[in-house]
Design a protein around this ligand. Structure first.
Ligand code: FRU
Length: 466
C-alpha cells in the first residue's frame, strides 16, 4: 500500500525498461527535472540566504522508483536551477531503506531538515530497493545543515519521533512526510497517516525548539481516502489552508487513485487541533499532479511546487533517461472562499511576446510557449495534437493523440463549471501542458508524449521563453 503507485510501477518498469523509452530526445526547458533518473515529491523547499533550495525524492541509478535520496538544486529566481550534489542519503539503521519526504525551516541561520526515515523489515531479494510484503517501519528524523551546502549524513542526523506502535496515535508503517513551520514562537509539524489502513489521518506535533517533539492531536477524515501523504498547513492572510495528497480517492480503476486536494481549514495553535471540512477541491484537475509542497517566497507569497507523475521515462539527447518533473511554481491565494493557483510572476517575466504567426515554427523548434486565449462554450483549441475545449461550462483537456498507447491512464480531464467562457493561460512544453483557468480559479495539467507542431483554433497572445 505504501506509495503503491511507485512500487508497482517500478516492478513493471524493470521488466520493460528498454522498450519503454520511446520518446526522444528532449529535456524540459524550464520545468525542473533531476539531472538523471527518477524524481518524485519536492522536499525541503525553502528560500534561504538569497537562494531558493529545492530538494526532491530521487533515485539516481535508474528512471524508476527505488531507495530514496534527497536530490538538491538551488535557484535565485525559481526559474533557473543549478543542480547540487545529492544532499541526504541513507546512512543509519533507521533510514537504511530511504529518506522519504519532508521539509525545511530556517533556525538560528541554519537549515533544519525533517524527513521520514524508512526501514524495511523484509527486503525483496530480487530488488533490494523494494520491501517484501510491505514490511516497513517509518520514523521521523532530522538533519541540521550549517549553510545549506554541507549535509553531514553520518554525524548530523537525529531520530526525533521513533516508530509509533500505538495505532490510536499513528501507524507504524504509514506515518510520514513531516511538514514543519513556526508560529507564535513554537514549532509545529503535520504528518500524514492512516487509521487501520482505512481512513486518512493527519497528526499534529509541537516543539519548543524544533528538536524535541510532543504529540498534540490528530484529525481523521472518512472522505479523504485511506491514507494521507504530504500534508501541508499554512495561512493565507489569517485563513488556514490545508493541502494534502490522500491515497485512494479516485477509484475508477485508472491511474491515479491518489490525488492532491486543498481546502480552507481551522487550526487551533493552543490545542493543536485541526479541523477539515468533508468537501475539498483538487489542487490540479489534470490528475498527474501530486505531493505539492509550499513555502514563502522572497516577497512573502505562498509558492507551491509539485511532482508531475510520468508513466514512462524519456530519453535525453545524451542517452540518459529521466522520469518525472516538477510543475511550474504556483502562487497560492484565496478568492471568493476558494483556493487559487497562479503561475509565479518570475516565470511570467521570463517570457516575451512574439507574433501569432510564429507559433507553429516555435512548436517545431520545441520552444516553451505561453499561449493566452478565451474559449466560449463549444469552442476548441488544438496545440500540437493536444485538445482543449469548453463543454458544458467546463474546461476539458484531452491528450488522446499525444499520449499514445499508454493504457490505464486518463486521457481526458475537466475542471468544475466555470461558465460560458473561460480565459486560459496555457504553458506548453514538450512533455507538459499546464492550463490556468481565469487567472488561477482552476488548473488542469497533463503530461504528454510526442507533442506535434500544429495549431488550430483562435489564440490572443503568444509568448516564448526568453
Ligand atoms: C508521495 C510519497 C510520500 C513518500 C514518498 C516516497 O509521493 O509516497 O508519502 O514520503 O513519496 O518516495
Amino acid at each position: 500500500m505504501l506509495h503503491n503507485q511507485c512500487l508497482v510501477k517500478s516492478q513493471t518498469y524493470i521488466e520493460s525498461i528498454k522498450d519503454e523509452v520511446k520518446y526522444k530526445p528532449y529535456r524540459q526547458g524550464y520545468h525542473f527535472m533531476a539531472p538523471v533518473g527518477w524524481i518524485n515529491d519536492p522536499n525541503g523547499f525553502i528560500y534561504y540566504k538569497g537562494k531558493y533550495h529545492l530538494f526532491y525524492q530521487h533515485f539516481p541509478y535508474a528512471p524508476i522508483w527505488g531507495t530514496m535520496h534527497w536530490g538538491h538544486a538551488v535557484s535565485k529566481d525559481l526559474v533557473h536551477w543549478e543542480h547540487e550534489k545529492i544532499a541526504l542519503f541513507p546512512t543509519k539503521s533507521y533510514d537504511r531503506n530511504g529518506i522519504f519526504s519532508g521539509s525545511a525551516i530556517e533556525k538560528d541561520e541554519k537549515l533544519y531538515f525533517y524527513y521520514s526515515a524508512v526501514r524495511y523489515l523484509e527486503q525483496d531479494e530480487e530488488n533490494i530497493h523494494l520491501s517484501k510484503n510491505d514490511q516497513i517501519e517509518t520514523s521521523q528524523a532530522m538533519l541540521i545543515s550549517e549553510d545549506g551546502e554541507k549535509f553531514d549524513n553520518w554525524n548530523g542526523k537525529k531520530q526525533i519521533i521513533p516508530v509509533i506502535r500505538d495505532e490510536e496515535i499513528a501507524d507504524a508503517r504509514d506515518t510520514r512526510d513531516p511538514k514543519v513551520w513556526k508560529e507564535d514562537e513554537k514549532y509545529y509539524m503535520v504528518l500524514g497517516s492512516t487509521y487501520h489502513g482505512k481512513q486518512a489521518r493527519v497528526l499534529i506535533f509541537e516543539s519548543e525548539d524544533g528538536e524535541n517533539w510532543n504529540y498534540k492531536s490528530q484529525c481523521r477524515k472518512e472522505t479523504y481516502g485511506h491514507t494521507m501523504e504530504c500534508p501541508d498547513l499554512f495561512k493565507i492572510r489569517e485563513q488556514y489552508v490545508f493541502v494534502g495528497s490522500p491515497m485512494g480517492i479516485q477509484n475508477d480503476g485508472l491511474e491515479y487513485a491518489n490525488q492532491s486536494v486543498c481546502t480552507l481549514a481551522k487550526f487551533d495553535v493552543k490545542t493543536g487541533e485541526l479541523s477539515l471540512p468533508d468537501e475539498y477541491q483538487m489542487v490540479d484537475y489534470g490528475g498527474d499532479f501530486y505531493a505539492p509542497q509550499s513555502n514563502l517566497d522572497k516577497d512573502g507569497r505562498r509558492v507551491m511546487i509539485a511532482w508531475m507523475r510520468m508513466p514512462k521515462p524519456v530519453e535525453s539527447k545524451d542517452g540518459t533517461q529521466w522520469t518525472g518533473m516538477m510543475c511550474l511554481p504556483r502562487v497560492v491565494g484565496i478568492k471568493n472562499g476558494q483556493v487559487t493557483f497562479e503561475v509565479h510572476p518570475n516565470v511570467k517575466e521570463n517570457f516575451e511576446e512574439i507574433d501569432l504567426t510564429k507559433v507553429v515554427l516555435k512548436l517545431k523548434e520545441k520552444q516553451p510557449l505561453w499561449i493566452t486565449t478565451t474559449l466560449s462554450e463549444g469552442e476548441e483549441l488544438e496545440i500540437g495534437g493536444y485538445e482543449i475545449r469548453l463543454e458544458d461550462g467546463k474546461v476539458v483537456g484531452n491528450r488522446e493523440r499525444v499520449f499514445a498507447d499508454m493504457e490505464g491512464y486518463h486521457v481526458e480531464n475537466q475542471t468544475p463549471k466555470v461558465g460560458k467562457s473561460a480565459k486560459l493561460d496555457i504553458f506548453v512544453e514538450e512533455n507538459l501542458i499546464e492550463i490556468f483557468v481565469n487567472d488561477g480559479q482552476y488548473v488542469l495539467s497533463h503530461v504528454v508524449y510526442g507533442l506535434g507542431d500544429t495549431l488550430n483554433g483562435k489564440i490572443q497572445k503568444v509568448r516564448v521563453l526568453k
